[in-house]
Design a protein around this ligand. Sequence first.
Ligand code: R2B
Ligand code: URA
Length: 308
Amino acid sequence: LLDNITPERSEYIEHEEVHVKNPHLHSMEEDILYHFNLSTKTHNLPEMFGDIKFVCTGGSANRMKAFAEFMQKELGLDGENGVEDICAGTDRYSTYKTGPVLSISHGMGVPSISIMLHELIKLLHHARCRDVVLIRIGTSGGIGLEPGTVVITDTAVDSFFQPHFEQVVLGKVIVRSTELDKSLAQELLQCGREILNLCTVIGKTMCTYDFYEGQGRLDGALCSFSTEEKLEYLRRAKEAGVTNIEMESTVFAAMCRVCGLKAAVVCVTLLDRFKGDQITASHELLQEYQLRPQYLVSHFIKKRLQLL
Ligand code: R2B
Ligand code: URA
């Protein structure tokens, strides 16, 4: 029953608070968000976080701090003291709030982002936030795309190109859908088009559990396949509509969908996987690539806030 949130139902709850899908939570006297070092008893979560409308999340703590500083400037907020990590009592995730924008790191891979999302969704719920949009801004490997291309995810898919996220619960596999909000993706694509020189495309994003063999790389410590087998897999991925590969999008899409949260994934490609496996671009170029999703999402936020 809990997973049966259809798109129609999501529309229906559009203007409501963030819903957690766990009947046990309501009977808990206190909820400790252990990895954020926050609790419903020791912190006034509605006061601290109640005005959040946009949550932007990405793998690296430094990048999410830079994004918070950037948003502070873009929104014209007082930034004399810079930005401060709200969850400084833990170094698991880094969290910054600038006006209605929460910038939070999620680490690498499905387990890391999924722990963060459990606690983030509960945080948004406890804080009684309304109409929140979640966007993952990240990096990825492109499939037949010019490096530096910004990909907006249409649907996240697993390593079999299926729009599924599989979670083992009590020894059984639960399959959840990884469809993302189509109109949000189109709105972001439009934002990409409005920013000069930003090559933006929309496509399927494949999420894997490994950076090396799991993404068909020939350069890991282990490799069990040939160059031709790698290329054949990438060709099949491309035929299935996959434009890029990363490591968090399926669980991100699935969890947001179940909780009725509008969500999007915006990733820049660092290389074309048909041409190689190693990331050979210079440090400076990689830094510049990683700013591209940030510019796009900042443009989106400013438009939504009618600042443009
Ligand atoms: C993209 O980049 C990271 C691996 O380098 C991973 O977190 C991802 O999804
Ligand atoms: N992140 C990934 O997961 N894969 C890549 O190829 C590049 C960045």
